[in-house]
Design a protein. Structure first.
Length: 269
């Protein structure tokens, strides 16, 4: 079975001591390709260097995370546009809305999102979307507000060919449907295995294999048996097995389905 790890932060400092070993272990585990997420201006160049070191196996998504609203400058947008033109670029991201810790910067987050959606429109790059609801999801629902903005601003909405993913999906079925109606995939990671995440498992089951991709979001969010420890891409196959078991499908069938989905999204052959 071959998998595509669709969301990793391998340039995080927690990997500084053994990054090469982590990547080698991932490839040996069955991970064929990795998407490195560079979501701050300071991460773009290191991501480019990582891709160069693993040409054809690691590509990158470049963007500005919603928590870095201060990075919205003409200079950064120009630099970002340049990275989106590079062969090592698979997507724009992660971009979006995050209301979990602080909903006081909504206006700034929307301005940052709108600016990057314009870059997606002009470059044709698929998007890795970050959405996280506030503590009161009814008042601060990042998924619904993101979907509303995409309907207004984003020209790549396409139900026939997915051009985006709701990374680390953590909402309910209504949140999922708002994205699925726009042709987005749901990013499924180690949180799927958490004991109290029945709602997420049922949401993924409703969405079905045709609408999901696998990720780790490493070094964060390890699988249940490793909670509290560092996550890495080698656990993608274990996430896949957990999803296959819950959905009642053969692991080989799941692996093929999610690999095709990720290949379509990130143009990986």
């Amino acid at each position: 079975m071959r998998f595509i790890e669709t969301h990793a932060h391998l340039n995080d400092e927690v990997f500084d001591a053994d990054r090469a070993d982590v990547i080698d272990r991932a490839f040996k585990s069955g991970v064929a390709n990795i998407i490195e997420i560079a979501c701050s201006a300071k991460e773009w160049k290191p991501a480019e260097e990582l891709c160069a070191a693993y040409k054809g196996r690691i590509t990158a998504a470049f963007g500005i995370h919603p928590q870095y609203t201060e990075e919205l400058t003409p200079e950064n947008l120009e630099t970002l546009a340049g990275f989106l033109k590079k062969d090592i670029c698979s997507a724009l991201g992660e971009i979006g809305l995050d209301y979990y810790r602080d909903n006081s910067k909504k206006d700034a987050q929307f301005k940052l999102l709108e600016a990057q959606l314009r870059l997606s429109n002009s470059s044709g790059r698929s998007c890795v979307f970050h959405a996280r609801n506030g503590l009161d999801a009814r008042a601060d629902n990042a998924y619904r507000e993101l979907a509303f903005e995409l309907k207004k601003t984003w020209t790549l909405n396409n139900k026939k060919r997915a051009r985006g993913v709701l990374h680390c999906f953590s909402g309910n079925w209504e949140d999922a449907r708002a994205g699925l109606d726009l042709g987005l995939f749901l990013g499924v990671n180690g949180t799927f295995t958490y004991k109290k995440n029945d709602e997420l498992r049922e949401t993924v089951k409703k969405a079905g294999l045709a609408n999901i991709v696998l990720e780790t979001d490493c070094p964060y969010l390890p699988i249940q048996r490793l909670r509290g420890k560092r996550n890495d891409p080698s656990f993608i196959p274990e996430i896949g097995l957990a999803v296959a078991e819950y959905l009642g499908v053969k692991p080989e069938g799941l692996a093929e389905a999610v690999r095709i989905n990720a290949s379509e999204l990130f143009y990986i052959l």
